[in-house]
Design a protein around this ligand. Structure first.
Ligand code: SAM
Ligand code: F3S
Length: 437
């Protein structure tokens, strides 16, 4: 029996694509390995969003090279956005890689790996669209939670972003197909589904009338046995008020939005070509909270974008403090080859300044998180139990609807269950509590 190992870097879409590729190998008779040493094929599913993500893959490949020296029959495949962006450079810098298949063209991944095993030499598949493999819903890393990609690609052109180049134009999947995927997952034990799109709010723009995010949420919500529904990532420019209504009205919908502002400065937002102002961003958050006062908002920020002054950066800090995000993912600007910002703007914010701004924003978020968590003490929240905590097997870890991590003592039979938990203490990153009642 041949064995496959998938190692995904980067975003949730990559986790999903990794599961699709694993499904295809499983169909071809492979089983899944848990260690690189036990694998016949290793897929490294990569991210190209920042230079550091790519460097990480090259150093990982360096380690796998030694494994391949000991086991020459091992097939090494690099897939994902980095493969799409720099396939030829990967073969040059890491000539021991056998298969390169891009983020748009991994549909034939099994055939490529098999060709290598049969002695056909290195295989490369980039620069075109091929339909991704069908999903085997039993192939997934989490028994109770699953992702579903509702669309691929992105039609925005944020000046810093490589994704339109690696994943191509936005293409939505048929609503009926998505609904059926939710049903199959739920029949297999999934209770929480997260719908994925680079820009999920524009789902449906290339689909017939009646297929948009609002209708999709309503259709998924109908699936019996599903307990929670989420979606990411939102773009302020495409957010529909109807969808904000759904968030507040549909009982299975979790009141949490991941809606990256990227910056709080209108000057920077303009150079990023994000298509909205700080004021418009705040208006969207206001519309959400008007409908759901407990609603949580998560952010992505880029610090050190070309031309970002101290004053511009302060605007990001004040935006964070004004919105009081549940969580912020903070990134230092990394010029990506071929993107508009790389071509037209100088990367003029020194690394030390980027690092200091990154830290400052992190600290601001930490303060907000601590205050929000303290205000939750004594209150009771519905938690979906994910499993035992990493530190103590007698403690369970779960998430509230607003995405707060909550630890509490409990036994294994609660895995995958919704439990009411009263918060007793907290840190900036998580909450602790006890089953209510
Ligand atoms: N719409 C996408 C999503 O679904 O998350 C955003 C693409 S990207 C995978 C996620 C985040 O990475 C962005 O929101 C942005 O904050 C950050 N990012 C993208 N390009 C970047 C760059 N060149 N430098 C630093 N951070 C970047
Ligand atoms: Fe990238 Fe902007 Fe699309 S961040 S994925 S071009 S919405």
């Amino acid at each position: 029996m041949k064995r496959l190992l998938v190692q995904s870097f980067g975003c949730q879409m990559n986790v999903y694509d990794g599961e699709l590729m694993a499904s295809a190998f499983r169909k071809a008779g492979y089983t899944l390995a848990s260690e690189p040493e036990a694998a016949d094929v290793i897929l490294i599913n990569t991210c190209a969003v920042r230079e550091r993500a790519e460097e990480k893959v090259f150093s990982h490949l360096g380690r796998l090279r030694r494994l391949k020296e000991r086991n020459p029959g091992l097939v090494l495949a690099v897939t994902g956005c980095m493969a799409e962006r720099m396939g030829k450079e990967i073969s040059r810098r890491a000539p021991y890689v056998d298969v390169i298949a891009g983020a748009r063209s991994f549909g034939g991944i099994v055939g490529l790996a098999e060709a290598v095993r049969e002695g056909a030499g290195a295989q490369i598949s980039i620069g075109f669209d091929s339909p991704p493999p069908d999903r085997d819903v039993t192939v997934r890393s989490d028994p109770h939670r699953a992702f579903i990609a509702v669309s691929r690609g992105c039609d925005h052109r944020c000046t810093f972003c490589i994704v339109p180049a690696t994943r191509g134009r936005e293409k939505g999947r048929p609503l009926s197909e998505l609904e059926a995927e939710v049903r199959r997952l739920v029949a297999d034990g999934v209770v929480e589904v997260t719908l994925l799109g680079q820009n999920i709010d524009s789902y449906g723009k290339d689909r017939p009338e009646g297929e948009d995010l609002h209708y999709l949420l309503r259709a998924c919500h109908e699936v019996e046995g599903l307990k929670r529904l989420r979606f990411v990532t939102s773009h302020p420019e495409d957010m529909q008020l109807e969808v904000l209504d759904d968030l507040a009205q549909l009982p299975k919908m979790c009141g949490a939005l991941h809606i990256p502002p990227q910056s709080g400065s209108n000057g920077v937002l303009k150079r990023m070509a994000r298509g909205y102002t700080r004021e418009r961003y705040l208006e969207v958050v206001h519309e959400f909270r008007k409908r759901d006062p407990q609603g949580e908002v998560a952010a992505d920020f880029i610090v050190g974008f070309p031309g970002e002054t101290d004053e511009d950066f302060e605007q990001s800090v004040t935006l964070l403090e004004e919105v009081r995000f549940q969580q912020s993912f903070i990134f230092r600007y990394s010029p990506r080859p071929g993107t508009p910002s790389e071509k037209h703007f100088e990367d003029d914010v020194p690394l030390a300044v980027k690092a200091a701004r990154n830290l400052r924003l992190l600290k601001a978020q930490e303060r907000v998180s601590k205050e929000k968590h303290e205000a939750m003490i004594g209150r009771t929240f519905e938690v979906l139990v994910e499993g035992p905590s990493k530190k103590d097997p007698a403690v369970l870890t779960g998430r509230t609807r607003g995405n707060h991590i909550l630890h509490f003592p409990g036994a294994e039979d609660l895995h995958g269950e919704l439990v009411e938990v009263t918060v007793e203490s907290c840190s900036p990153v998580s909450l602790r509590g006890r089953v209510a009642g």
